[in-house]
Design a protein around this ligand. Structure first.
Ligand code: GDD
Ligand code: MN
Length: 376
């Protein structure tokens, strides 16, 4: 046999080259952007064996089909098509877990992140960095024009809080554009939260030893095609992640959000009670009942907007969900009153009994409503 026959063609040889860099790109309704992103990656990553892994949450615009069409002709492109799941962090984690390259990067599909800094980022990893962040803030080039003023404010607040409470000292811990050795993520995968979108912050906060970090500033571009999936509520969700990390990861973000919403519900209850007593002139039992019904509706709406924004109920499901939430909260109140009275008989301490009842009620309401009202 001639040696030329057994020699793989150049194209095949390239195919056999295992990627050293996997770029993870979460997508939701980005069909107009994915082709252009692949084209640009191809232009800037000339000397690196790379692959791009799109993780699509069953986008209604069928982004996954476009990605698979591209992947059909280009083996550097892969698609993870997830059905029945939704969430930025979870998508990134899954993409990273599917990679066997030694270096992984995460970037958005919408071309807001500047792909031309990728080679610089990769060089920094080769030079020994544990983490390289594309940052929108530091440096002369940095700009955050791509964010609305309220998002910008929330983003700054979140960065300050991360500094204070988690001692995270990077200028943009909310960045969705970063690169690191895959083993760095593997070491903490089990600790990461699938909920929310703060994957970078989560990785930093979950790593026990400080990561040798390099920040590379870039210009955050305006989005041209498609629309942003993150709104101002992301800040609220982010506060939840902070609290969850502060509790050592024991309290899930959702439960904390549920408690915060519950606390606002108490304020609404007390205000409503005053209105019912004094403005409407109701007798106390009627006023208390009115205040309770209003507070439950308030909690339902807020939890639907915030705590369960990823499973938000709309239309007829909203009404049905509200009804189940009333049932859940009534049962929770029984559990609360029953348990605290039982405890009070044995240990006549109002605070302990009251608190124990309230905690039991909150846990019950949370557990029951997550399966009954906002089930997956
Ligand atoms: N798979 C998946 N599932 N992808 C998602 C989801 C989801 O539920 N939600 C959003 N994405 C994808 C989008 O398609 C896009 O590629 C990327 O995640 C970022 O979403 P955008 O909706 O464009 O976010 P943004 O531009 O408003 O937010 C930017 O700032 C955040 C910090 O404030 C991004 O850079 C984020 O990465 C960053 O965390
Ligand atoms: Mn974007």
């Amino acid at each position: 046999m001639h040696s030329t026959d057994s020699q793989p063609s150049v194209a095949l040889a390239q195919n056999l080259l295992a990627p050293e860099l996997s770029i993870i790109v979460p997508t939701f309704n980005e069909k107009a952007n994915v082709g252009e992103l692949v084209r640009r990656l191809d232009l800037v990553l000339r000397d690196i064996a790379w692959e791009v892994i799109f993780v699509d949450d069953n986008s209604p615009d069928r982004t996954y089909e476009i990605v698979k069409q591209i992947a059909h002709k280009d083996s550097r492109v892969r698609c993870i098509h997830r059905v029945g799941r939704r969430g930025l962090s979870g998508a990134c984690i899954e993409g990273i877990m599917s990679s066997s390259a030694s270096t992984v990067a995460v970037m958005d599909a919408d071309l807001q992140h500047d792909e031309t800094i990728l080679p610089k980022m990769y060089q920094a990893i080769r030079d020994g960095a544990d983490l390289v962040i594309g940052t929108r803030y530091s440096g002369e080039d940095a700009s955050s024009q791509g964010l609305s003023p309220i998002r910008q404010w929330g983003s700054n607040l979140a960065t300050d809080l991360a500094r204070k409470f988690l001692h995270i000292d990077v200028s943009d811990p909310m960045s969705g554009f970063f690169m690191l050795p895959r083993t760095r993520v593997d070491a903490v995968t089990a600790k990461l939260s699938e909920e929310g979108f703060k994957i970078l912050l989560d990785i930093i906060a979950s790593t026990p030893t400080p990561l040798k970090t390099v920040e590379i500033p870039y210009h955050f571009r305006q989005r041209i095609a498609g629309e942003s999936k993150l709104d101002s509520l992301v800040t609220a969700e982010y506060l939840g992640l902070l609290c969850s990390k502060l509790s050592g990861g024991y309290l899930p973000i959702r439960f904390l959000m549920f408690l915060i919403v519950g606390a606002t519900g108490i304020a609404v209850h007390l205000a409503m009670l005053q209105v019912a007593l004094h403005a409407f002139g109701f007798a106390f039992p009627t006023a208390q009942l009115t205040a309770t019904l209003v507070a439950i509706a308030w909690n339902f709406v807020l939890n639907n907007q915030l705590t369960y924004r990823d499973r938000r109920l709309k239309g007829i499901k909203f009404l049905f969900g509200m009804a189940t939430f009333y049932v859940v909260c009534s049962l929770g109140t029984f559990a609360n009153v029953g348990a605290s009275s039982w405890l009070f008989e044995r240990e006549p301490n109002q605070i302990i009994a009251g608190l124990a009842g309230a905690i039991l009620g909150a846990v019950f309401n949370y557990a029951a409503s997550s399966t009954l009202t906002w089930h997956k």
